[in-house]
Design a protein around this ligand. Structure first.
Ligand code: MN
Length: 243
């Protein structure tokens, strides 16, 4: 017997899997705050792994948008940034795992963009407020199709890059992550019961910057895949979304 709802629920958010008719149903989105030294430095911070712990923020699954999309320039920002990231897709869950157990949770990998309203994030930082307004908004989590780990093997190194209108803005190597993917999964599993369907955006390398109307973003992660999107007009009409 199906549930009765007072209006039609929003559809399940999912991501295509390369070489499969099955899609990956998204449960949660975790994002890692600072995971490359050179990016931490450009944000004015140094990270000492011997004393620091990774930190996280979340995006709602409804923020997912597939590669190839046009992103509406988001409201209430004048400094809309790209952050190119490796995304890890969990196919099974776990709690209080060791890093040596973490690899088993991964179903695969995707290229992702953690789109950010940098001015709102900075305002939040300055006020010691949560980052949600800067990070969690419509179309803020761009993702390419998931490539299965069975096909790629463990992704621990390789080039990650992002171009805007053909000019390379970010180029780094996955082995420069401060915390490895396995360490991130193990650490997250201290705080959450990880579940199949969870996505982890593993942090961006240096070179983040603003985009404007008409910009074409194109990213690549060696061994994983490509991602692209276009920056479109802002939504202008003030209207009520129908339920
Ligand atoms: Mn990020």
């Amino acid at each position: 017997m199906s549930e009765l709802y007072c209006f039609e629920p929003q559809p399940r958010v999912s991501v295509p899997i390369i070489g499969s008719d099955q899609r990956f149903p998204v449960h949660r989105i975790f994002c890692v705050g600072r995971n490359y030294h050179a990016h931490a430095a450009e944000m004015g911070v140094t990270v000492d792994k011997s004393t620091a712990q990774p930190f996280y923020f979340n995006k709602h699954p409804s923020a997912i948008v597939e590669t190839g999309s046009t992103l509406a320039y988001p409201p209430e920002t004048a400094n809309y940034h790209y952050e190119m990231e490796l995304v890890v897709a969990l196919g099974s869950g776990g709690f209080r795992l060791g890093a040596e157990q973490a690899d088993e949770l991964m179903l695969g990998y995707a290229a992702g963009l953690d789109m950010t309203r940098r001015d709102l994030q900075q305002r939040a930082k300055d006020s010691a407020h949560p980052w949600d307004l800067g990070k969690d908004f419509e179309q803020a989590a761009v993702i390419g199709p998931i490539r299965r780990k069975a096909e790629t093997g463990l992704i621990q190194t390789g080039t990650i890059s992002l171009s805007v209108n053909g000019d390379v803005r970010q180029q780094s190597s996955l082995d420069l992550m401060i915390w490895t993917v396995a360490e991130l999964i193990a650490d997250l599993s201290r705080y959450y019961v990880l579940m199949p369907g969870d996505l982890i955006y593993t942090g961006t390398p240096e070179g983040v910057g603003p985009v404007t109307l008409g910009d074409q973003l194109s990213g690549s992660i060696e061994g994983v895949g490509e991602i692209s999107c276009t920056i479109g007009d802002a939504r202008v009409s003030a209207h009520k979304e129908r339920p």
